[in-house]
Design a protein around this ligand. Structure first.
Ligand SMILES: *[C@@H]1O[C@H](CO)[C@@H](O)[C@H](O)[C@H]1NC(C)=O
Ligand SMILES: *[C@@H]1O[C@H](CO)[C@@H](O)[C@H](O)[C@H]1NC(C)=O
Ligand SMILES: *[C@@H]1O[C@H](CO)[C@@H](O)[C@H](O)[C@H]1NC(C)=O
Ligand SMILES: CC(=O)N[C@H]1CO[C@H](CO)[C@@H](O)[C@@H]1O
Length: 721
């Protein structure tokens, strides 16, 4: 009889797809730290060796080869001995690719476990690269490649679905999506006696999604008891997703350890000491026995003589079981500040560029982008103060105006070195207020600010039309046609994009930054605008990266409101109080362009429409039927029909703009990003004459007739159904 106190470790690593050396280093470091904390079992995130978002590189033989080469390095590294490792990498077995866990101990592979349920919805396309393991509780012989045969001292290892049995307990591994399936492997593994489960995940951040995940993970062991190790990837690994860490250790449905959700630590190891007797006691108390005995699910057990809870440690009185803790959540505002801030830092340091540049219009969207960059600077300076060596090294490399090896002192100082803002006005269209707001914000956050007018460029471009065709186009407010008006507006907007890139490329030279370098241009189109197509293709919405592209307006406003106090930037309040406007039209005494009036929807309405379209999966007709109820307090059925149709009309004619949408940090499940997330055509037949719009008309007629009749009969306001 061994002891029953077990120390286990779950790791969050900021891996980067195809960064073989970096990924290896972080894995080894996490193993070292797990051992230092006394852990006997270490689990890392999904596909940690290759990086999760390698995507179509999982079709290349190189990726499988290098994954095995890195595995060989870990297996032969003596500093990785004396602990059971659960590592994630892609492996081919009989010419089929699998998303695998390799469980190993002291250079020997105990088991290769392929994932059984693949994530293939929304942001995930695992079935494009891998096959699911379709033989539950069965194993086959995996023929080791020669480089591993020598290390293993054998030619084959078991490959498939099995449990690992040590003298004192039994454990099983599962991978990400499997947890979300109704009949998760934990259930049958648990019924067959497994007491410890590892779950390796690459689960991405979405605003306020953590709660759902924590519930799922706690549920997994609340029902059947057990110790659950959840290891999640963290950071931006080369795509639009931010993985939000939060590795956890759970005992019988209660959390005993939780890692941070957002931080700049590339390696985070969460450990806990758990009591296996608690699992046994818990199980004897729940109605599990009968099912366990009758369960047909019998697993092959791979034996190891390594004890997770060695007897001698039983008398180590410094070793205490970890107490139950409450899960830690962030508010929406903090999530935006932290997730987008951390993501931008990963993007910047990994891109090797000199910093960011954001066009400021004086409106709330570009204000939010700039405030997020400032948030990044705050997070980075905090990590510098805490002595994070990786962050210090990165800051020295990126921010070097004060000289090599000199660190900035404040977030504003860092901001000044790596962030430029630019106000690109037009003497006739820009108001003094927007110009001043932009300048005030730049001053408050410390960005290197440029204020210029693009009138000369605009006039020269416009003269091209006049000189070439003899025609002098006018704005609508000056009597021009729709086509003239739109030509002039888009011209201005596109000049701003060219200007932003121009300055992004030259500023570090004009400012004398050692080594020069370019600034990455940031975009600021919000999710509602993109959905409605209320943006000019290839204007300032075109940029290198957009931190707010899938965050909706109301959340952005909340964030700004919060930052007034939390970041102590009083001038942010002025952005909140201003009417949103594109300022692309001349200001006259009776006309100021206003976004929401221009679009025909409030931003909150766009959020609802966006959610119904993507998350609830409704077409025009279904959406009308739904909204006729949901919006009945504010709109008549005829108005709802009108809004629904208008939304789909604009959505359809503007869909082509999504094909060139600037890559944005994924933050909402209704993002319209059609490059990865929301796959749809971009040339639609006209919706006004469509079948579905005619069906809306017919349904509206029916509803109105019913309402009229009920009103006549009963004299009361009728219900719609
Ligand atoms: C692992 O965790 C993820 C959450 O990231 C969950 O979706 C999945 O179902 C879990 N897998 C198992 C097998 O519990
Ligand atoms: C347009 O014509 C005017 C008058 O001839 C000239 O000064 C100007 O340079 C021309 N501009 C362009 C863009 O051709
Ligand atoms: C001019 O064109 C822009 C861009 O399409 C549009 O937003 C604006 O409403 C138009 N102005 C008027 C007065 O119609
Ligand atoms: C790359 C790879 O795994 N190739 C294998 C394909 O299948 C045949 C038959 O099992 C093996 O001999 C190859 O090594």
């Amino acid at each position: 009889m061994g002891g029953h106190l077990v120390t286990v470790a779950a790791c969050s690593l900021n891996q980067w797809a195809l960064d073989w050396e970096g990924n290896l280093e972080r894995i080894v470091e996490s193993i070292r730290r797990a051992k230092a904390a006394g852990a006997r079992l270490r689990v890392g995130p999904e596909l940690e060796i290759s990086g999760y978002m390698a995507q179509d590189h999982f079709k290349e033989q190189d990726t499988f080869l290098h994954s095995l080469e890195v595995l060989a390095r870990i297996l032969t590294d003596k500093s990785c001995y004396d602990i059971i490792l659960d590592l994630g990498l892609p492996i081919q077995h009989r010419n089929v690719s699998y998303n695998c866990r390799v469980i190993c101990y002291n250079s020997k592979i105990l088991l290769i476990r392929p994932k059984q349920f693949l994530a293939s919805d929304l942001n995930y396309r695992e079935q494009r690269w891998f096959l699911p393991w379709s033989k539950p509780r069965q194993t086959e012989d995996y023929h080791l490649p020669r480089m591993l045969q020598k290390i293993q001292g054998a030619t084959h290892v078991p490959f498939g679905d099995a449990l690992i049995s040590s003298p004192d307990t039994c454990f099983g591994a599962e991978t990400c999506e499997e947890l979300f399936t109704p009949n998760a492997p934990t259930i049958s593994m648990g019924l067959d006696g497994a007491e410890v489960f590892t779950n390796s995940s690459a689960s991405h951040w979405e605003i306020q999604k953590l709660d759902t995940r924590i519930k799922l993970i706690c549920e997994a062991t609340r029902k059947s008891g057990g110790v659950y190790l959840y290891a999640n990837q963290k950071g931006g690994d080369g795509d639009r997703l931010y993985f939000d860490g939060c590795s956890m250790i759970i005992v019988n449905g209660d959390i005993v350890a939780q890692g941070s959700q957002f931080s700049l630590d590339d390696v985070e190891v969460v450990t806990a000491t758990v009591d296996l007797e608690e699992v046994r006691a818990y199980r004897s108390g729940i109605s599990r026995g009968y099912q366990a005995v009758t369960s047909l699910a019998k697993y092959q057990r791979i034996q190891t003589d390594f004890e997770l809870s060695p007897e001698e440690e039983e008398f180590d009185i410094t070793k205490r079981r970890s107490a139950v803790i409450q899960p830690r959540y962030h508010s929406v505002e903090e999530e935006i500040a932290l997730a987008a801030g951390c993501y931008l830092w990963d993007y910047l340091r990994r891109s090797g560029q000199a910093g960011y540049l954001a066009p400021l219009s004086g409106g709330i969207d570009s204000c939010a982008t700039a405030t997020i960059v400032f948030s990044m600077c705050r997070i980075v300076m905090q990590a510098v103060k805490e002595g994070n060596p990786q962050v210090i090294e990165d800051v020295k490399r990126v921010a070097k105006y004060k000289g090599e090896n000199v660190l900035p002192d404040t977030p504003q100082e860092l901001c000044n070195q790596i962030f430029s803002t630019i106000y690109m006005g037009m003497a006739t269209m820009s108001s003094a207020e927007t110009r001043k707001r932009a300048k005030d914000l730049a001053e408050a956050i410390g960005s290197y600010h440029i204020d210029l007018n693009i009138d000369d460029v605009y006039n020269a471009q416009k003269a091209l039309i006049v000189n070439t065709t003899g025609f002098d186009p006018q704005f609508k407010v000056h009597g021009g046609s729709y086509q003239e008006n739109i030509t002039l507006q888009c011209l201005q907007a596109r000049i701003r994009m060219v200007t932003a890139y121009e300055f992004g490329q030259i500023l570090s030279t004009t400012r004398g930054r050692p080594g020069g370098g370019s600034l990455l241009v940031l975009g600021s189109a919000n999710v509602g605008e993109s959905l409605r197509g209320y943006l000019t293709k290839y204007d300032c919405s075109s940029a290198d990266i957009n931190p707010i592209g899938s965050i909706d307006k109301s959340d952005l406003k909340r964030f700004i409101k919060w930052a007034v106090k939390d970041f102590d930037i009083p001038c942010l309040q002025e952005f909140l109080d201003a009417t949103p406007t594109a300022e692309l039209e001349p200001i006259t005494s009776e006309y100021v362009q206003a976004d929401e009036a221009d679009m025909g929807f409030t931003y909150d309405e766009l959020t609802v429409l966006g959610r119904l379209r993507k998350e609830v999966k409704l077409g025009p007709f279904g959406m009308f039927q739904r909204l006729v109820h949901d919006w009945s307090a504010d709109y008549t059925p005829a108005q709802v029909a009108e809004k629904t149709k208008r939304f789909h009309h604009f959505y359809a004619i503007n869909r082509h703009k999504m094909t060139t949408l600037t890559p944005s940090l994924h933050a909402q499940p209704y993002s319209p990003d059609d490059n990865r997330f929301d796959l749809r055509p971009f040339l639609y037949p006209p919706f006004w004459k469509s079948w579905s719009f005619k069906r809306i008309d017919a349904e509206l007629e029916r509803i109105e007739a019913t309402m009229a009749k009920k009103k006549k009969d009963g004299g009361v306001e009728a219900e719609i159904d």
